[in-house]
Design a protein around this ligand. Structure first.
Ligand code: GRG
Length: 292
């Protein structure tokens, strides 16, 4: 069973989905060609756990001020959705299903899907620029662009794609997934903290939490590919057969143990915040035991 989530998680998910809908409605008036906007909407508003955006909110909360979290939360979801579209392309993971429906390139065609991915990325940074005062916009945009960039998602994805059918060692596997998945979790936590005007010490604790949480999240993703169902995960399972994964290294039980250890380490990083960090602790337990 997945650990129960605090009701604040569902509230945040709903608020975030509403903000994303609103953001796309605003984008609709700026002349984006309809097929691209439709593909952006198709992926961005599809059922999602919104974990990264919730992380922005909870990080801001624990730092004492959630009022400015939403633009950073919406932007990270746009970036994440953009990465999912690209990840599913035939030249990447060639994945037919995502979020319980056909992948964007199948539903909208490859060219439009690629443009939608760029559209979402562009929307993310544009939204930060227009929603925040300049110094905060610059800080959050810089966190996100580093997370996406040549030591982040793009680098991790390149190494992952090039490692298909190759034998890689554990350190390489960990580096791939820290960059492909972990860094966006770290950036989300940092963005939430920064939006709340957090101290450097608080940002450091949250970075350590999110780094471990992000890697655990990816390990559980690998596990679900082996032991999960398409109905629960919303995507094709047994899809990683040509890749080295945490499960191929450690087995199902070993990978599960590793995910639990990382989540426990993540929780320990929250000690300086005391009970105020309970929602983040609940999030870590949810990640360790998630089924979807
Ligand atoms: C230019 C943004 C950009 C990216 C280029 C394609 C790419 C580089 C990176 C791929 C990164 C990627 C998709 C990593 C997998 C991370 C992962 C475990 C995704 C599943 O996330 P969930 O379960 O999905 O949070 P939902 O649907 O709940 O939002």
């Amino acid at each position: 069973m997945s650990a129960p989530l605090p009701s604040s998680f569902a509230d945040a998910q709903e608020e975030i989905s509403g903000a994303l809908d609103q953001l796309l409605s605003v984008a609709a008036t700026t002349g984006t060609p309809d097929p691209v906007l439709a593909a952006m909407r198709y992926t961005l508003l599809a059922p999602s756990k919104r974990v990264r955006a919730v992380l922005v909110h909870f990080a801001a909360d624990v730092c004492g001020d959630r009022a400015r979290a939403m633009p950073a939360a919406a932007a990270v979801e746009c970036i994440h959705a953009s990465s999912l579209i690209l990840d599913d392309l035939p030249s990447m993971d060639n994945a037919p299903r995502r979020r319980g429906r056909p992948s964007a390139h199948i539903a909208h065609g490859e060219a439009v899907a690629i443009l939608a991915a760029f559209g979402l990325l562009n929307l993310a940074y544009g939204h930060l620029a227009s929603a925040y005062p300049a110094p905060l916009a610059a800080r959050v945009a810089s966190l996100y662009s580093e997370a996406v960039g040549l030591d982040g998602l793009i680098a991790g994805q390149a190494e992952d794609v090039l490692a298909t059918d190759a034998v890689i060692d554990f350190d390489t596997l960990e580096r791939i997934h820290r960059r492909k998945t972990g860094v966006l979790f770290s950036a989300a936590a940092q963005a939430g903290a920064v939006s709340a005007g957090a101290s450097d010490a608080a940002i450091a604790s949250l970075t350590s939490y999110a780094k471990n949480l992000g890697l655990a999240f990816q390990i559980v993703d690998d596990l679900l590919d082996v032991v999960g169902t398409e109905a629960d995960t919303g995507k094709a399972v047994r899809a990683d057969a040509r890749k080295t994964t945490f499960v191929s290294f450690s087995g199902v039980d070993g990978a599960r143990e590793l995910a639990h250890e990382l989540c426990a380490t993540a929780e320990r990083a929250l000690d300086p915040f005391g009970r105020r960090a309970d929602p983040l602790r609940a999030l870590a337990r949810f990640v360790a035991g998630r089924r979807a």
